[in-house]
Design a protein around this ligand. Structure first.
Ligand SMILES: Cc1ncc(C[n+]2csc(CCOP(=O)(O)OP(=O)(O)O)c2C)c(N)n1
Ligand code: SF4
Length: 248
């Protein structure tokens, strides 16, 4: 019998610690598939930000370095400049990339560093108990916005993919989701494209994933997917904002 589906060799055979319905595991798998597809596993170095994605080194069969909170693009910059023939990426949540690390990502993008940034936007600080992130939606309840986020107090949710796409140093910027099989298929192409374009250079390639955090959204995995469709996608449209449009 022909085998049609298997674990990518870049993904370790280890049970993941993520909560039921969390999308971090799917994003890990799509990265592993892209590295297998491009046959670059042995020359890839990942940089994990701080947050629920910090255990990247437990799950991907590649070299991984951990960075202080928000500083992954700076660490990835150093690694890529010392090892220009390596494939280098950072893996960051919205607290990590869009709050404490805003300056790091904006300047790495503006310098056109030849790295790929995988941004997992679940609208909250997942690991620390669901505080508001810069991407929390207006009206959304979190532990630090108990009456719902209000623009007059906390400002507006930041659209990072659109913002970064305006910088000259960015060659590819897209937002994807993996909440259905069809969306996983599109996201697979986009992640591959981002890594492929890193190898061709120049410029930073950026992929934002909309991602469910059922635990801190206080929803079941199914309800979380419905929230992502109903509330997140209308505010954070899924699209390729810069780069070849046929990737999605
Ligand atoms: C300098 C510093 N400040 C604060 C923390 C605490 N901290 C750990 S994870 C985290 C938030 C992570 O949220 P996010 O980046 O959105 O990732 P998620 O867990 O949602 O995937 C914070 C504030 C830290 N580790 N280091
Ligand atoms: S707390 Fe949220 S982001 Fe962290 S593993 Fe659980 S569902 Fe995923």
């Amino acid at each position: 019998m022909q085998k049609v589906f298997s674990r990518p060799s870049s993904l370790k055979e280890t049970p993941m610690h993520f909560c039921p319905g969390c999308h971090h595991g799917l994003v890990h798998r799509l990265i592993a598939e892209a590295l297998d597809y491009l046959k670059v596993r042995e020359k890839t170095i990942g940089v994990a930000g701080v947050g629920c994605g910090v255990f990247l080194y437990d799950y991907l069969e590649i070299d991984v370095c951990e960075a202080p909170h928000g500083r992954a693009p700076a660490v990835a910059t150093g690694i890529k400049r010392v090892h220009p023939h390596s494939v280098v990426f950072s893996y960051q949540g919205d607290g990590d990339l869009a709050a404490i690390g805003t300056a790091e990502i904006v300047h790495a993008a503006n310098r056109g560093e030849k790295i790929t940034v995988i941004f997992v936007n679940n609208g909250v600080y997942g690991m620390t108990g669901g505080q508001m992130a810069p991407t929390t939606l207006e009206g959304q309840y979190t532990t630090t916005t108990p009456t719902g986020r209000h623009y007059a107090r906390e400002g507006y949710p930041i659209r990072m993919a659109e913002l970064l796409s305006t910088l000259q140093g960015v060659s590819f910027a897209a937002r994807v989701s993996c909440h259905s099989a069809a969306h996983v298929r599109k996201a697979r192409k986009v992640v591959r494209q981002a890594f492929q374009m890193q190898r061709q250079g120049p410029g930073l390639t950026f992929v934002e994933f909309l991602s469910c955090c059922p635990t801190n959204w206080k929803l079941t995995p199914q309800e979380a997917v419905r929230k992502l469709e109903k509330d997140y996608i209308p505010y954070f449209p899924l699209a390729v904002f810069k780069g070849p449009r046929d990737s999605a």
